[in-house]
Write a protein that binds this ligand. Structure first.
Ligand SMILES: Nc1ncnc2c1ncn2[C@@H]1O[C@H](COP(=O)(O)OP(=O)(O)OP(=O)(O)O)[C@@H](O)[C@H]1O
Ligand SMILES: [Mg+2]
Length: 372
């Protein structure tokens, strides 16, 4: 049995989405899973359509008139997947436990009677580093720290590591930490730059699996289902299934103490995949002479003809406007938007009629660096 807390004090970084969908995917891979919703916001419970008047509060609190055993509050969500729901009262535990002796062990004691029924216990933590989160860390073998590829989330992880060290020193409990990239937007160059920085900083702590941005993950929460039930074949479902497989693989490896080589070959394969995905992007330079223009954007088939995105804003260099865009090899149509007016590239003879009766310019990105 393994206990894993999904934790990061930064709000909205994908903790609950990861907790719900990793739990469901581990279940789909034949593991028996319990998800403990420890967040008073109860997003995991609500996201699985479990609206309960009872929660872990009724198990842990000594002040409640409705004291319950953990067995009485567990709810079945999917085959192999149960939940201990949360509700707003869970928030009052921060205060109630603050004066209690052994307060860091309350959650551990509470779930002890049912621990043996599961292969994995996952805990969805609140976005804070209070006593509830400390309870979760104290109970866990491992932490999964979801991070978005932004600079601020990196600082958050360092703060969290301080807490983990504190738990080790003060409570004599050591946990392994793994960092999971979430909401990865492969259309943005910035994401790949941040990925490289995260790899360098966190090295083998980083999961090989990356969770991409996928609207189905948002929709499934609204529908009160795991993404695998909502849309089995979408990207989000595949990503979380890959994550579950990686987690099982890592645990098997630790349990059996199997050779380091096996792990390395798995990592290598995933790393090659990431490398392949990242390296096939070629920096492609676009230029336009427009000394009178105030602002110029590039738009095209590579960004779904989107408007006004910062990554496609061209920079003025003495009247010559430029932008470099990472593109995979292929042929793309594009236009410039000069002070709000769409126009083809006057210096590019390759063009093609579009549905509006004017021309789109064409660029072919080949294996060498391209520019137009
Ligand atoms: N990979 C993804 N693609 C698209 N949307 C996502 C993805 N992951 C999470 N989201 C959305 O982002 C929002 C925040 O995600 P989530 O609730 O999982 O974060 P959280 O860390 O649990 O937040 P909190 O700190 O408030 O508990 C939600 O609306 C969720 O549906
Ligand atoms: Mg959450």
């Amino acid at each position: 049995m393994k206990t894993i807390s999904i934790v990061n004090q930064k709000g909205g970084c994908g903790k609950t989405t990861t907790a719900i969908n990793l739990a469901s995917s581990l279940g789909n891979n034949g593991k028996k899973v319990l998800l403990i919703d420890l967040d008073p916001q109860a997003h995991a419970s609500l996201g699985l359509n479990v609206d309960s008047q009872d929660s872990i509060y009724n198990v842990i609190s000594n002040l409640t008139p409705r004291k319950l055993k953990i067995q009485n509050i567990v709810k079945r969500v999917e085959d192999n997947f149960d939940i201990v729901p949360s509700n707003v009262l869970v928030g009052t535990l921060e205060q109630e436990l603050s004066d209690e002796i052994g307060r860091e062990l309350k959650l551990s004691e509470g779930i002890n009677p049912i621990k043996g029924n599961y292969d994995y216990i996952l805990i969805d933590c609140p976005p804070s580093l209070g006593i509830l989160t400390i309870n979760a860390i104290r109970l866990s073998d491992e932490l999964i720290i979801p991070v978005e590829t932004s600079r601020f989330s990196m600082q958050g992880v360092e703060h969290l590591m301080d807490i983990v060290r504190l738990v080790k020193d003060r409570l004599n409990h050591e946990v392994k930490c793994r960092v999971l990239i979430t909401m990865f937007d492969s259309r943005l160059r910035h994401s790949f730059q941040m990925l490289a920085t995260f790899r360098e900083k966190f090295k083998e702590m980083l999961f090989d699996t990356i969770i991409h941005i996928n609207v189905k993950l948002k929709e499934s929460v609204v529908m009160g289902q795991s993404v695998a039930l909502y849309d089995k074949y979408c990207r989000g479902s595949k990503d979380y299934n890959t994550l579950a497989k990686e987690q099982i693989f890592l645990d098997k490896k630790t349990d059996e103490k199997s050779s380091e080589e096996v792990l390395q070959s798995f990592s290598k394969k995933m790393q090659e995949l990431v490398k392949e995905q990242t390296e096939t992007f070629l920096q492609t330079q676009f230029t336009l002479d427009a000394p009178e223009a105030k602002n110029v954007y590039l738009t095209g088939s590579f960004n779904n003809w989107s408007l006004g995105k910062d990554d496609y804003r061209m920079r003025n260099n003495d009247g010559q406007w430029q932008v470099k865009v990472p593109l995979k090899p292929g042929v793309y149509e594009y236009q410039f938007i000069v002070d709000g007016v769409w126009m083809e590239d006057p210096d590019n003879p390759r063009r093609q009629k579009n549905q509006f009766g004017d021309n789109n310019s064409l660029v072919e990105v080949t294996t060498a660096d391209s520019s137009v």
